[in-house]
Design a protein around this ligand. Structure first.
Ligand SMILES: Cc1ncc(C[n+]2csc(CCOP(=O)(O)OP(=O)(O)O)c2C)c(N)n1
Length: 558
């Protein structure tokens, strides 16, 4: 067996660990159990750090965060039965949102698979709908193959989740087979030349082309190529929530803002006006084409790593499938539209004026509890280029997604495929590990916080320097506003109070409260000067939240 630079594995569990080392894995996140303890045992003799989590779902979230920030699969390791079923939401989130994750789960011995004994579960079937790859290792000689193929599936094309079930007898059996070394050269090239020429024909003759950036646009290499392409052709551009940061600050005058959730944004007006839509790294999971393209029969150019999901409302005439960055470079070489279209120019200058008006009004919002726009304003000024911001899901994230800009790819992380509550704190833990020189700010509502708040103990144990802000309103508000709009009343959304300061202190973290709008930045500064995790509570005034869901192409969400 060629073990490369690492010691020769003696049992299946060691083959797993050596394969992880070979893939450059630095951390595994998980919860152990009797069916997987041989792999945890083998980790002790490896270069990999084992991070014990308080719940498997959070292990998958942290692994997903690592995947999103590095492009390399994050790894979760859990026991059989409920250990794996607890992963499901984390894997679904990663899989929908393009984040590479490899999850490894324990299992009963092969011969016991069909028996109803302790923790038997058909976890391969359970994970199939929430992964790109779900398989059990069937024999000792297949350990290296299956784990290597799981990585391949997780990291290639549109990245996503992969699951491998590791039967305990195979993990403790003598190692057989090979460690599979990944090819040194791999990957896609630019799209087909004829398709590129067709795309250019459409772009050069369109009256008002508009670019839509989707979740893969914010992969850093893609973002660089996108900036050149937009600048070179002076194109108008809008982006989904997960495309945040793909457009550079120097292109703000081309940027119409974010789209998603509901077609009521200024950027939706710009997109509506297009006679040609060019999507880059777009996945319908973030923004359903029936929302933004119903009734439109303008041509669409689809630029992505994988072919489009065809849809009544999304039927590209040209598909540029391949490596996105290389495709855009190739397209930039043959294109050249120096002037913005007059239609986009006019709309973009209107959007700029609206932005300025909103900023002026946000500054003046001095009430207590604090208005979301004032918080967005303070945060926009506070967020520095060396900061990673991880958002949970709720009304608060719609305010932030629509009103806080970022000009660095994957600086602001959002869950917009599954919109899964609880991602923020685990992603923040991931950020402190893979971006150790950055400041990490995570934000949730008081509902979503408690979906993963037990992981504060992990953050304290790892001495993570992160600041977590909780917007407090005592409700699952994003659900409440929609219920009130539909039924005229709310149901099942009221929560009891939790004291963030005492909660933080119970875990050995620091707790703070923001008590007024002028207190926002000083409190954040104090929090970032404090070692270890800090929880900050802030009471918010959600009086205007109904506007987040109003059907109009709203100009003033103030
Ligand atoms: C796991 C999961 N369960 C339920 C939902 C539905 N949901 C979306 S937002 C939300 C409320 C979030 O409340 P909170 O975190 O307090 O933020 P707020 O909306 O109040 O700002 C709920 C329950 C979800 N997205 N994910």
């Amino acid at each position: 067996m060629d073990a490369g630079t690492v010691a020769t594995p003696k049992i299946g569990a060691e083959v797993v660990v050596r394969t992880l080392e070979q893939r450059g894995v630095k951390y595994v996140f998980g919860v152990s159990g009797a069916k997987i303890d041989s792999v945890f045992n083998a980790l002790v003799d490896s270069s990999i750090k084992t991070v014990v989590c308080r719940h498997e779902q959070n292990a998958a979230f942290i692994a997903g965060g690592i995947g999103r920030m590095t492009g390399k699969a994050g790894v979760a390791l859990v026991t059989s039965g409920p250990g794996v079923s607890n992963l499901a939401t984390g894997l679904a989130t990663a899989n929908s949102e393009g984040d590479p994750v490899v999850a490894l789960g324990g299992a009963v011995a092969m011969a016991e698979t069909l028996k109803k004994i302790h923790q038997t579960m058909d976890t391969v079937s359970l994970c199939r709908p929430v992964t790109k790859f779900s398989a059990a290792v069937p024999a000792p000689e297949a350990v290296g193959e299956v784990v290597a193929n799981a990585f391949r599936a997780a990291e290639s094309g549109r990245p996503g989740a992969a699951f491998v079930s590791l039967p305990k007898d195979i993990m403790s059996a003598p190692a057989q087979g090979q460690l599979i070394v990944p090819p040194r050269f791999q990957g896609l090239g630019p799209a087909d030349g004829q398709a590129l020429a067709e795309a250019w024909k459409l772009i050069s003759t369109a009256r008002n082309p508009v670019v839509v950036l989707g979740l893969l646009a914010s992969k850093p290499a893609n973002a660089v190529a996108i900036r050149e392409f937009i600048e070179h052709n002076n194109l108008a551009v809008v982006g989904t929530f997960q495309a945040a940061g793909a457009v550079g600050a120097h292109l703000l005058t081309n940027f119409g803002g974010r789209i998603g959730q509901l077609a009521n944004q200024p950027a939706d007006r710009l997109l509506d006006s297009a006679d040609l839509v060019v999507t880059i790294g777009y996945d319908p999971v973030e923004y359903d084409p029936s929302q933004w393209n119903k009734g439109n029969d303008r041509p669409i150019i689809h630029i992505d790593a994988i072919p489009a999901d065809l849809d009544n409302y999304y039927r590209p005439v040209v598909e540029l499938t391949g490596d996105i960055a290389q495709t855009l470079k190739a397209l930039t070489l043959i294109t050249g539209r120096p002037n913005k279209s007059p239609i986009s120019e006019a709309l973009l200058s209107e959007i700029k004026k609206q932005r300025e008006t909103q900023i002026a009004e946000a500054k003046e919002k001095s009430g207590i509890p604090i208005h979301p726009l004032r918080l967005c304003y303070e945060l926009q000024n506070f967020i520095s280029s060396d900061m990673t911001v991880c958002l949970d899901v709720g009304s608060f994230h719609l305010w932030l997604a629509r009103h806080v800009y970022s000009f660095r790819a994957r600086q602001i992380l959002m869950s917009n495929g599954q919109q899964t509550l609880g991602v923020a704190l685990p992603w923040g833990i991931a950020a402190t590990l893979v971006r150790p020189s950055e400041k990490v700010l995570t934000i949730s509502g008081d509902g979503g916080f408690l979906f993963s708040a037990m992981e504060l103990e992990t953050a304290v144990r790892l001495k993570c320097n992160l600041v977590h802000m909780i917007w407090i309103d005592g409700k699952y508000d994003m659900v409440r506003v929609q219920e009130v709009a539909k039924y005229g009343r709310e149901s099942g959304v009221a929560l009891g109070p939790v004291d963030p300061v005492k909660y933080a202190e119970a875990f050995g973290a620091t707790g703070m409260m923001i008590n007024s709008p002028d207190d926002v930045v000083p409190t954040l500064k104090r929090a970032f000067d404090t070692h270890g995790p800090v929880i900050i509570g802030v009471h918010v005034d959600y009086v205007d939240n109904h506007k987040l869901f109003e059907e109009v192409r709203e100009d003033s969400l103030i």
